[in-house]
Design a protein around this ligand. Structure first.
Ligand code: ADP
Length: 534
C-alpha cells in the first residue's frame, strides 16, 4: 500500500525513458514487449503480467511476453485469452473474474485482481496487456495517473508491434526480391550510378564465369569488356553521353564477351559468350538516378544457331546444285542434234538423270522432315504390324545394285515380331544407316544387319568395317548438319541430316539409338531399339 504513495511521476519518467530507449535500440519485439510489461507490472506493484497479441489468421490472442509467471504455468492463463474482451460490459467482467480466479487457483501466486489494457492502433485492437495483482489490502487503490501511464505503455506497445510488423514486412519483401534476383534464370545485376556492381546473380555468374563475390564491387567495364559490340553503344559510352535520356529510359546493349577462365574452377570453360543486356535506371523523386537494374540474356545459342543456319545454306545449296547441274549436263548432252547417241549411252544418261532426281527428292524430303521436326508437327503414321526384316531386305536389295565393293549379311531370328511404328519412316532409318555404312567404308567390305528380340524391345544393328568414328567426334554426329571433318566427308555427298533425322524418328517411337566402334576390327556398329507391345 505504501507503493501507491510513491511519486508516480518519477517512475513515469524512468519507465517511459527506458521504453523509448528500447524502442529506438531496434530490439526484437518480444524484448520491447517484455520491458513494457515489466514496467507496467512494477508501476502498480503487481505480481505478474502477460502481453497477448491478436493473431490475425486465427482471430485469437496469443501470448507474446510474460512477466512473473513460470513458463510451465503460462498455459493456465489461456482461458483468459480465448476471446478479446470488449472494453465494457458487466457480464463480460464477471466472466473474466471467474476465469482469473480459476487461473489463480491453479498457479498459486496469490493473484486476486487483474488490469486489462487494450493495445489500440487506429481502430484496431492489436493486443492486450494483462497486469495481475496480489493481495486484498483494504484501501488499496491504483492512482489515476498510474492508470494514465499504463495506457501510455499500452500505446507504446501498440506502436512497437506496428513497427515490428512493418519491419517484418519489409524484411520479407526484401528476402523475396533477393530470392527472385538470385533464382532468376536470366542474369540480373544491380549497379550504382558510378557503374559499380552491387548485385550479381548466379545465372549471370554462369554466363560470364565471374563468381558473384568476385564481381560485386568491381566496375561494370571490368567484367563487360566487349570483344565485339553489336549495338551502337555500350553502357559506358551511353552514360558519358547523358544516358538515361528523357523518354528513352532503357538501354539495350548486345555483344560478345570472353568468358572468364578460372583455373581454380574445373567446371569453368573459356570461350565466347554472346549477351544481350537491358539496363533500366531507377530514379528517385527528384529525378536522380539511384540504381541501374540490368537484365542479361545469354544469346550464345542463338548465335550458334545462326552459324548453323549459314552452314545449312551453304551445304544445302551445294547439295542441291550438284544433282541439278548433273541433270542439266546430261539432258543438254542428250539434246544435241549433232550427236548420234547409241541406245546404251542414252539409257545410261537417263539412268543418271533418274538417280539424281531421286537424290534431289530425298534431300527435299529430309529438309521437309527437319522443318516439321522444328515446327513440332512431326507426326508418325502408325501401324501395328511393321515387319522390320522385310524392310531391311528391301533396302539391302536396292543398295546391292549400287555397289560391287560391299556385301551384305542379314540375320533375323525366326520369331522376330511385328512392330508398332511408322513404316515409311523406319524404312528411312534403315536407308540412312545402310547408306552410311556403305558411304563410310570406301574400301568396301561386309555390312551386317542383325535383329534381336528381347522381352520388352527389339534391337537392330548395322555393322560396317569402314572408317570408324574418332572419339572426339562421337558426341557430334547426331547433331543437325554435322559432318565430320575428314577427307572422306569432303569427298562424299551428304548434308549431315541423316543421323539427326534417324535419331528423331527412333525417339518418336520411344526407342533409342547408339553406336560404337567395333572392338574386334575396323568400322562402326549403329544399333537402335524399339519397344514391343506399345
Ligand atoms: P551425312 O552422311 O549426310 O554427312 P549423317 O547425319 O548421316 O550425315 O552422318 C553425319 C556424319 O557422321 C557423317 O558426315 C560421317 O562423318 C559420320 N558417320 C555417319 N555414319 C558413319 C559410319 N557408319 N562410319 C563412319 N562415320 C559415319
Amino acid at each position: 500500500m505504501g507503493r501507491a504513495l510513491v511519486d508516480v511521476r518519477v517512475l513515469q519518467r524512468e519507465y517511459l525513458l527506458a521504453i523509448s530507449r528500447a524502442m529506438t535500440a531496434e530490439l526484437e519485439l518480444p524484448e520491447v514487449l517484455r520491458l513494457i510489461l515489466k514496467s507496467a507490472v512494477e508501476l502498480v506493484a503487481g505480481r505478474a503480467g502477460i502481453v497477448a497479441l491478436q493473431d490475425d489468421q486465427e482471430e485469437q490472442l496469443r501470448v507474446a511476453a510474460v512477466y512473473g509467471i513460470p513458463t510451465t504455468l503460462v498455459e493456465e492463463f489461456y482461458p483468459l485469452l480465448t476471446e478479446l474482451p470488449p472494453l465494457e460490459g458487466a457480464e463480460q467482467e464477471a466472466e473474466l473474474t471467474r476465469r482469473l480466479r480459476q487461473a489463480a487457483a491453479s498457479v498459486d501466486l496469490g493473484l486476486t485482481r487483474m488490469i486489462r489494457l487494450p493495445m489500440v492502433m487506429g481502430e484496431q485492437v492489436v493486443g492486450v496487456i494483462y497486469v495481475f495483482l496480489a493481495g486484498q489490502g483494504t484501501g488499496y487503490y491504483i492512482r489515476e495517473d498510474a492508470i494514465a501511464l499504463l495506457r501510455a505503455f499500452a500505446e507504446q506497445a501498440a506502436i512497437a508491434v506496428r513497427n515490428a510488423r512493418l519491419y517484418q514486412q519489409i524484411y520479407q519483401e526484401k528476402q523475396r526480391m533477393d530470392a527472385i534476383v538470385e533464382q532468376s534464370a536470366d542474369g540480373v545485376m544491380i549497379l550504382d550510378p558510378d557503374l559499380r556492381i552491387k548485385e550479381f546473380n548466379k545465372a549471370l555468374s554462369l554466363m560470364t564465369g565471374w563468381r558473384p563475390e568476385e564481381a560485386v564491387g568491381r566496375y561494370h567495364k571490368e567484367i563487360f569488356a566487349w570483344q565485339k559490340l553489336r549495338t551502337d553503344m555500350d553502357l559506358e559510352t551511353a552514360r558519358a553521353s547523358g544516358w538515361p535520356f528523357p523518354g528513352a529510359a532503357h538501354l539495350y546493349v548486345e555483344g560478345d564477351l570472353q568468358r572468364l577462365y578460372d583455373e581454380h574452377d574445373p567446371m569453368a570453360v573459356g570461350g565466347m559468350v554472346s549477351l544481350g543486356i537491358t539496363y533500366a535506371p531507377l530514379m528517385d523523386e527528384n529525378g536522380r538516378m539511384t540504381d541501374i537494374i540490368a537484365g542479361v540474356r545469354d544469346l550464345t545459342r542463338y548465335r550458334e544457331e545462326e552459324e548453323l543456319q549459314k552452314t545449312f545454306i551453304s551445304v544445302v545449296s551445294h547439295e542441291l546444285k550438284t544433282p541439278v547441274s548433273i541433270i542439266k549436263g546430261y539432258a543438254g548432252t542428250l539434246r544435241r542434234q549433232d550427236a548420234n547417241w547409241s541406245p546404251e549411252i542414252v539409257e545410261e544418261s537417263l539412268t543418271v538423270i533418274e538417280e539424281e532426281a531421286d537424290n534431289l527428292t530425298n534431300l527435299i524430303d529430309s529438309l521437309l522432315e527437319v522443318s516439321r521436326l522444328q515446327a513440332g508437327n512431326f507426326n508418325l503414321e502408325i501401324s501395328d504390324d511393321v515387319m522390320l526384316p522385310r524392310i531391311v531386305k528391301r533396302v539391302v536389295q536396292r543398295f546391292q545394285t549400287q555397289t560391287d565393293d560391299h556385301t551384305f549379311a542379314i540375320h533375323f531370328p525366326e520369331d522376330f515380331p511385328p512392330i508398332w511404328g511408322d513404316e515409311r519412316r523406319l524404312t528411312q532409318v534403315m536407308n540412312n544407316l545402310i547408306s552410311n555404312a556403305i558411304k563410310y567404308s570406301p574400301e568396301g567390305g561386309e555390312v551386317v544387319i542383325r535383329g534381336e528380340v528381347h522381352p520388352r524391345h527389339v534391337t537392330i544393328s548395322v555393322r560396317d568395317s569402314g572408317l570408324g568414328i574418332s572419339e572426339q567426334d562421337q558426341h557430334k554426329i547426331f547433331q543437325k548438319f554435322s559432318r565430320l571433318d575428314n577427307a572422306l566427308s569432303r569427298k562424299t555427298e551428304g548434308t549431315g541430316l541423316g543421323l539427326y533425322l534417324t535419331k528423331a524418328i527412333i525417339e518418336a517411337h520411344n526407342g533409342r539409338i547408339w553406336f560404337h566402334n567395333n572392338p574386334d576390327g575396323p568400322g562402326t556398329t549403329f544399333t537402335f531399339s524399339l519397344p514391343r507391345d506399345e
